[in-house]
Design a protein around this ligand. Sequence first.
Ligand code: GLC
Ligand code: CA
Length: 566
Amino acid sequence: MNKKWWMESVGYQIYPKSFYDTNDDGIGDLPGILEKLDYLKMLGVDLIWICPFYDSPMDDNGYDVRDFFGVSKEFGTMEDIKNIIQKAHEYGMRIVLDYVLNHTSDEHPWFIESKSSKDNPYRDYYIWSEGKMVDGVLHEPTNWGSFFGGSAWNYDKTTDSYYLKIFSNKMPDLNWKNPKVREEMIEVAKKWLDLGVDGFRIDAVSHLDKAPFVDAEAKPGEKYPLDYFKFSNQPMVHPYLKELNQKVFSSYDAVTIGEVGGSASIEEGIRYSAFDSHELSMVFSFDHNWCNNIFEINHPKFLKTDVVKLKQAFNMWQTSLKDIGWVPLNWFNHDQPRLISHYGSKKYPLQSGKMLATVLHLMRGTPFIYQGEEIGMTNYPFEDVSDFNDISSISSYQHHLNLAPDDPVSALRIAGMRSRDNARTPMQWTSGFFAGFSTVKPWLKVNPNYRKINVERLLKDQDSLFYHYQKLIALRKSSQYKDVILWGDFILKDREDQDHFTYLRNYQDNTLLVINSFSQSKTYYDLSKYQILDTLIHNQKKIKIKDQKILLKPYESIVFAVKEKS
Ligand code: GLC
Ligand code: CA
């Protein structure tokens, strides 16, 4: 295997709007990131992914880009991003930006041209189609639903046609079939790489090619079914990515992490990211994201982590890409709930938080921490639909309310548990006003638990979650176990065990045994096959071994260096 710099990195994802506000307007900004680089350095991460800060009308908090080469006024200036790159590089950190290539804002000059007339030179930059006449009524070209609810098409009266938009109305999809679009987007990537960035997280990358415009199958009464396979992993996406790789990424030694979401099977994942595909360095999949029956509110195990399913999800990516590719390791991002609220425990937040961190950071791949995860931030206790800011949370609330109009409480509960706003509440820095995020009321409410959960407090406590993350990173970066953590094979143990997530890592003469309990009760794990040589990291004070069994407290997690007995 050809070793690459990014295989040895530890990533940290920043959502700029919610990270740190330096100019008292309640909105996080680029100077805020610059100021907190010392904090990140102390944590030990060295690959910073910054979510979009480009000029944008902010329909989707910046994923609706109006100018790929400009910085939004609310986030700062071009100088600010240059300063971040420079200081990060001085610190030995790399910077990765979000590369949003599937769509633009409807306020992007290309779209303004495109919609102005059918013969405008920019017309084919986007995907236009005539409506369908059914019984004298004009309909969308297909019944496809969009990710954010409603139709995937929007009508534009100037030319009496529809444009495709798989996210919001204000985010028209670019037409990647058009070579001019590909050239333009290649220029975007080059421009940022020339400025010194080290790579990209590539937004919504699996959607670049679309299926022929044929209706999706609908359930009775369903007007716009969301069949995202109509615009995911369609065949041409691969040649497009090979072209990008060949014309841009490969000449810069840039890292590229594609967001392929839940639509990509492992076979697709291999197509995107195997070393010999020459497309992307790695892909973020979502297979491990929803292993707790969260979509079935009446399920007897609603919100209970399905440990077997979770292990299967990780194991599949770990083993299928062994030797032929590399994976990013992340729990969640800015589109998902908070880790502790989702897979952790309310009763044992510290132990479960440390355990979950260990599960992830001891696997093979490049770990990514989402801002606030290292201090155990939790979901927001939404009380009213007006607490939502995120466009998709609002439409999800309305969707559930339509299904059961007399049950607004459940609609709020369901939309709330999955809301992207959970991950976007301001970062909790101190126990002072607005959690030290800003001196004025922030754009989104601060989680009321900030007095307990904040950076300042955790830094004073040697036993805190923060230091557990710091230790995990140090083990990977500079300990005697570095090689086995980085390069060792991953072997899942006890697949059917619902209480424990246990695996081995093997490299040359080194073997690590990683034991994690997801149980709320005491359990034990049999160690008779192992001779224990060392303990790398543990989330309890004492190790209790009796009759060759380790007795585990709720959410206990421990990593041993072992020798397997023959
Ligand atoms: C990705 C982003 C998400 C955004 C969407 C459209 O899924 O992570 O935040 O809304 O793409 O750009
Ligand atoms: Ca600000």
